[in-house]
Design a binder for this molecule. Structure first.
Ligand code: GLN
Length: 205
């Protein structure tokens, strides 16, 4: 198909961290984009993929499970080695170097030089959909869902802003091969963040 970002190459092998959260939605979207998707729960599964999506869900649970499955250090090592990753919502929290309003003892993988505040938009019932300008993804705004999402409160020198809300709050950031977003594109069928991630995977592989 013309314009298909994957048509020229063999399928890229990417993982979805499958400890908790909306794993299936990401797997379906990535498969639709032509990627070969593996669910990743163990270090030996991480070793078989060239990129990783960290889904939305509950970051404190993903953190606890990643430590009990022995995944924290392998994921941190993969980040240090430059593995492309896309973190959505709880996944953004997991990729942030600094957290505000985390539960006691909560840890992240880190990698993005940002401070992220959990639950910055209130409760589940205050979830909303929004139209966002993301210049890096083209002129067409993205339509995405915010579900008890975090906000990026401070952006360090190493990270750059991809998108902000009209009130200036930062909701998408990028640093090298790491992409972190506050919202859920997989729910509204928005594929461009995943395509950007897959382009990074292809370039890095
Ligand atoms: N509030 C959740 C957390 O702190 C994130 C919500 C989501 O991923 N949709 O992890």
């Amino acid at each position: 198909m013309a314009g298909d970002p994957l048509s020229a190459s063999k399928a890229l092998r990417v993982g979805v961290l499958a400890l908790q959260g909306d794993v299936r939605e990401h797997a379906t979207l990535l498969t639709g984009l032509g990627a070969e998707v593996r669910l990743v729960r163990r270090p030996e599964e991480l070793a078989l993929v060239d990129g990783l999506v960290i889904p939305g869900g509950e970051s404190s649970v993903i953190d606890k499970l990643s430590r009990s499955f022995g995944m924290q250090e392998p994921v941190r090592a993969a980040i240090t080695e430059g593995m492309p990753m896309l973190g959505t919502c709880a996944g953004l929290i997991m990729l942030a170097d600094r957290l505000v309003d985390a539960i006691d003892g909560q840890e992240s993988f880190g990698g993005l030089d940002v401070t992220v505040r959990r639950n910055a938009f209130g409760r589940q019932t205050e979830s909303f959909e929004a139209q966002l300008d993301v210049p890096a993804l083209g002129a067409e705004p993205v339509r995405v869902a915010f579900i008890r999402g975090p906000v990026v409160e401070a952006v360090g020198d190493a990270a750059s802003v991809l998108a902000s809300l009209d009130d200036g709050r930062v909701v998408a950031v990028e640093q090298g091969n790491l992409l972190g977003i506050s919202f859920h594109p997989e729910i509204t069928g928005e594929t461009r963040f995943h395509e950007r991630f897959l382009a990074r995977v292809r370039a890095a592989a």
